[in-house]
Every structure is written in structure tokens, then in C-alpha cells.
Design a protein around this ligand. Structure first.
Ligand code: SF4
Ligand code: SF4
Length: 357
């Protein structure tokens, strides 16, 4: 999404107002689901970011393959990939590099390549995604890994995969810092939550613009304010868990742990936040949490739809305790669900009101 204005001003460094560029590489191993998810963001929306509708936001030019209309031929006037060549030549300053998809290990085979993006201008041969990462990461002010594939490798990095796929931090190193001193920022999720991604992009833009302190990250490089709580702690169904009421089949409003929900140990704010505009969020709407934001996803959480081992123990305790609690609560509820005896409840009206019919 490169607006005409930003395309015109962001090209050469002659712009009157500084432009922060976002270079989006979705050429890792992925399904583009994180790009699709971002189109659903509302807090803020990508349109609000691009159009500068938020106070204090720098002018932004987003070079995002999903919806970019720059599609001219290589070396043409509106070549999408030219922005990436400009960044390589040091002509875009500053820029945030967003990576979507896992990075295959191109070093583990003799010929061919796993994935790439455009050509090397020197050789005219395809340039691999990992080569782009090596070239652009040192020039970027910030590097954002969007989605679990880019963050930790995700589904493509399952045990036994032939590509040696990994996350950006596995490729560059977990201690990697940008030239501005920022660590890699991971916004995992399969796909990432729309607003978690747009909010983190917004934070980085403010930080690049000198208007926000260092982004707070946890040990897995996730923003702490987004990934500091478990699914369970924000789940609509947590009350049922506490009362020992567990679904045996889909369609029940009760807790899904016996159907395979990993929510009690998974760091994700989706049930609290909803999926789009506050609505939805996996367990809230009947889906088990399969732990898609976690570094060990998916291997450590399979087979899906089996009761998690820890869940068996805690749900057994909760089942016993919850039965007692439920009985006691029912007694209290019956008592509290009535007016106190000194109110005017009864068949005789003390107000003198007479019904007109
Ligand atoms: S459905 Fe999952 S997250 Fe929700 S209360 Fe049950 S175990 Fe916790
Ligand atoms: S609730 Fe679980 S499955 Fe849903 S997005 Fe969060 S981590 Fe993924």
C-alpha cells in the first residue's frame, strides 16, 4: 500500500517531511495468513496507520505485497521490489522490516533454493529470502517477525521437515539487535491476532519516531502487554472450569479442557481481546486453544483435541472442588435472587394503585 504522496516523497530522501518506510517480506514459508489477518485490524486499522489518522504518527509508506498496486516490470517506473533495492543501497532511512513466514535453511542442500523474492540485481538470479534477511536486517531500524512462522518457525519447522525452517531470531540470533539497539520483535499467532500486529507496528513507528520508550518484550521476544497473561485468565469459560463443568462435546458453553484446550498454559490475549472488533476469540466461540502463539507450536501440543496431560490432573481437582462450590453457590444464589423481606413484595399492594382493567 504505497500512496501516491508517499511514493513520491519517499523515494530519494528529498522529502520535506520524513517518511518511515515499512518493508514487508512475505516470502518466507507461510500461507500469508498474517497479511490477511492485518486487513481485519481495527485497533488500530492499517488504514489509520497508513493515512496518518493517529496523533503523533510519522508519515508512513507501507510496501506490502498483499495489496500494493505497484506491479510494474523489473526496473520499470512502478516496480514493487525497487523499494527493497533502495533499502539495500541505503536510500531508505529509516525503515521497519516486517518478515512473514519462516526462514528455510538454504545451507542444507546442494542445489536449488527453498524460497526467494525477486532477483539479485547483480546476477539476475533468484535471491533467497534468507539472503534478503541478511542484507536488510542490518540496515533496518527495527525488525518485526509477524506470525508464529516468522517468530519461531511454526508449522514448517515441525520435526522432520526437509527445509530446516526456523524463525527470524533463530536465523539472526536471539541476542540480535538492530542498528538502533532494538531486539527482534515477535508477534506470534497462527495467524497473528490482527490488532496485536497493528498495535505493535504502531508502537514501533512511535518508537522509531522517538515518541515511545524501548518496547517491552518477554524472553520469547513478545510484547509483554500483549502476551503477559494466559488464554485461561481471559477466557469466557473460566468460570465453568472453576466450577468443574466440562464439555464432553462441541456446542456446550462449558469449559473445553477435556476436548483438548491448552488455554491454562498458553500466553495469548485473544479471548480477552476478541478476534475482530472485540468479537470472537477461540475458546469464547467454541474452539479449543491449540497454543498457536507458543514457541513450541505445533510439536509440543500435538495431538490436538486430546485432553492435555496437565489438564487431566487439574480438571480432576477442579471437578471435585467445583461440585461442592456449585452446590453452595446454588444455595447462596437462590437467597440473593430475591428481594429482602422488608420490601413490598406480595399480592397486596401497599401503594393504593388500582389496575385500570
Ligand atoms: S476453554 Fe480453555 S481457556 Fe477457557 S476455561 Fe476452559 S481450559 Fe481455560
Ligand atoms: S487462543 Fe490459542 S489457538 Fe487461539 S489464537 Fe490464542 S494461542 Fe492461538
Amino acid at each position: 500500500m504505497t500512496t501516491e504522496a508517499t511514493a513520491a516523497t519517499g523515494a530519494t530522501g528529498t522529502e520535506e517531511e520524513p517518511v518511515v518506510h515499512i518493508l514487508w517480506i512475505n516470502a518466507g514459508l507461510s500461507c500469508d495468513g498474517d497479511s490477511v489477518a492485518l486487513t481485519a485490524a481495527t485497533q488500530p486499522s492499517i488504514e489509520e496507520i497508513v493515512l496518518g489518522a493517529l496523533p503523533g504518527l510519522p508519515k508512513v509508506a507501507v510496501h506490502w505485497p498483499l495489496i500494493d498496486f505497484e506491479c510494474g516490470p523489473d526496473l520499470g517506473a512502478d516496480t514493487f521490489i525497487e523499494w527493497f533495492y533502495r533499502a539495500e543501497r541505503g536510500e531508505l532511512e529509516p525503515f521497519v522490516l516486517v518478515v512473514e513466514g519462516s526462514i528455510p535453511n538454504e545451507a542444507i542442500k546442494d542445489e536449488g533454493y527453498w524460497c526467494g523474492f525477486g532477483n539479485d540485481p547483480e546476477t539476475g538470479q533468484p535471491r533467497t529470502t534468507s539472503a534478503w534477511l541478511d542484507i536488510l536486517a542490518p540496515r533496518a531500524t527495527a525488525v518485526l517477525a509477524a506470525g508464529t512462522c516468522a517468530a519461531y518457525g511454526g508449522i514448517h519447522a515441525m520435526e522432520g521437515n526437509p527445509t530446516g525452517a526456523m524463525g527470524v531470531a533463530d536465523h539472526l540470533g536471539w541476542d540480535w539487535k538492530s542498528k538502533a539497539g532494538l531486539p527482534i520483535v515477535n508477534v506470534p499467532g497462527c495467524p497473528t491476532h490482527p490488532d496485536n500486529l497493528s498495535e505493535t507496528i504502531l508502537y514501533l513507528l512511535y518508537q522509531v519516531n522517538g515518541q515511545a520508550p524501548m518496547i517491552p518484550l518477554d524472553e520469547a521476544l513478545r510484547p509483554t502487554w500483549l502476551f503477559g497473561r494466559t488464554v485461561h485468565e481471559g477466557c469466557d469459560r473460566a468460570g465453568y472450569y472453576e466450577q468443574g463443568q466440562f464439555a464432553k462435546e462441541y456446542g456446550s458453553p462449558t469449559c473445553l479442557v477435556k476436548l483438548g484446550c491448552w488455554g491454562p498454559v498458553v500466553k495469548c490475549n485473544v479471548p480477552k481481546r476478541g478476534w475482530i472488533n472485540g468479537i470472537g476469540g477461540c475458546p469464547n466461540v467454541g474452539g479449543i486453544c491449540i497454543a498457536c502463539t507458543m514457541p513450541g507450536f505445533p510439536d509440543k501440543f500435538m495431538p490436538f483435541m486430546d485432553e492435555p496431560p496437565g489438564g487431566k490432573v487439574s480438571a480432576t481437582f477442579s471437578g471435585a472442588y467445583g461440585g461442592v462450590i456449585r452446590t453452595l453457590r446454588a444455595v447462596t444464589q437462590r437467597t440473593l435472587d430475591k428481594e429482602p423481606k422488608w420490601r413490598h413484595k406480595g399480592r397486596t399492594l401497599s401503594t393504593g394503585y388500582k389496575a385500570p382493567w
